[in-house]
Design a protein around this ligand. Structure first.
Ligand SMILES: NC(=O)c1ccc[n+]([C@@H]2O[C@H](COP(=O)([O-])OP(=O)(O)OC[C@H]3O[C@@H](n4cnc5c(N)ncnc54)[C@H](OP(=O)(O)O)[C@@H]3O)[C@@H](O)[C@H]2O)c1
Length: 279
């Protein structure tokens, strides 16, 4: 991976930071995207302490809005003539309904629309970079998702548990269409459930939050959550694999809920319209 430019969104914490570290160990030039300067700088220093030869650029980017995601894409396009790996890792588990400046529910924006947008906006740059790969960090909970295009994007069916599943399902629904769009272009795209990992995802205050923190102590560490995503991004044996979903390192067929072609096409069209992108 020496010198290969690898972009990791949400690279300052949890699984993303562990992915940055693992890629740095492989001598990649890692672009850590963080929405917060201080959290980003602190994370870069931590990774550099662990991997003294690490080659990391910190790029500030907030994928919580359409304008923020466009701005991140333009920054990346301005800064990097080649992008060999894009890992869409930034994610949220919203426990309360919050709408962003576009009127979109936060989970829908961060978990679905932002990765969808980056894949579209960086597509030509990825195509111009030999054998590029996109890895979407998904979640096995997608199986519990039920997407209603009239409601889910706007949080009208908000639920503190189901919304996470719904928004991860949204992103997976588009995977076959994205793979078809990229076919023959030299760029692959796959999605992965990284495992059940002890991070700050979905952390909340109060007694329930405290209880969850206790439960999470028995979960795997972020470094273990980085194993499958980094393997998908780098393994030579996966050079031709595209459009697949992996449960950690096991290729797993998508459940029926994620194989709804009609819903996927409508969501694809809606996502392009919301993001003001012409594909
Ligand atoms: N942990 C698990 O068991 C598990 C299981 C399945 C899937 N996943 C997926 O794994 C991915 C990483 O999650 P994690 O568990 O490592 O959680 P995490 O520790 O909460 O990390 C999430 C990362 O996303 C960033 N992020 C959130 N909103 C953002 C925004 N608007 N703009 C830019 N960055 C933003 C966070 O930045 P801040 O530090 O600024 O908040 C953080 O860097 C997510 O996609 C998650 O859904 C996790």
């Amino acid at each position: 991976m020496k010198g290969q430019v690898c972009v990791v969104t949400g690279g300052n914490a949890g699984i993303g930071k562990a992915i940055v570290q693992a890629l740095a160990q492989k001598q990649a030039r890692v672009v850590m995207v963080s929405r917060d300067k201080i959290r980003g700088e602190t994370a870069v220093q931590e990774v550099q302490r662990a991997v003294p030869q690490a080659n990391i650029d910190l790029v500030l980017g907030d994928v919580g809005s359409i304008a923020g995601t466009h701005a991140l894409a333009y920054t990346l396009l301005d800064s990097y003539p080649h992008i060999h790996v894009l890992i869409n890792n930034a994610g949220v588990w919203p426990t309360k309904k919050r709408l962003n400046e576009d009127g979109l529910e936060t989970g829908f924006m961060v978990n679905h629309l932002a990765p969808f947008m980056l894949n579209q906006l960086l597509r030509e740059r990825l195509q111009a970079s030999a054998a590029a790969r996109i890895v979407n960090i998904s979640a096995g909970l997608y199986v519990n998702g039920r997407v209603d295009l009239q409601k889910t994007p706007y949080g009208d069916d908000f639920h503190p548990i189901r919304t996470y599943a719904n928004t991860k399902l949204c992103n997976l629904l588009c995977l076959p269409l994205e793979a078809a769009q990229l076919e023959g272009s030299g760029v692959t795209i796959n999605a992965v459930h990284p495992g059940v990992i002890n991070t700050k995802l979905g952390d909340m205050r109060g007694p329930l939050g405290w209880l969850m923190k206790l439960v999470k102590r028995s979960w795997a560490k972020p470094a273990e959550g980085a194993v499958a995503p980094v393997w998908l991004a780098t393994a030579p044996e996966l050079a031709e694999t595209s459009g697949k979903y992996f449960n950690e390192k096991e290729e797993t067929p998508l459940e029926d809920v994620a194989r709804n072609d009609a819903l996927a096409s409508q969501l694809w069209q809606l996502s392009l319209e919301l993001a003001k992108i012409t594909a």
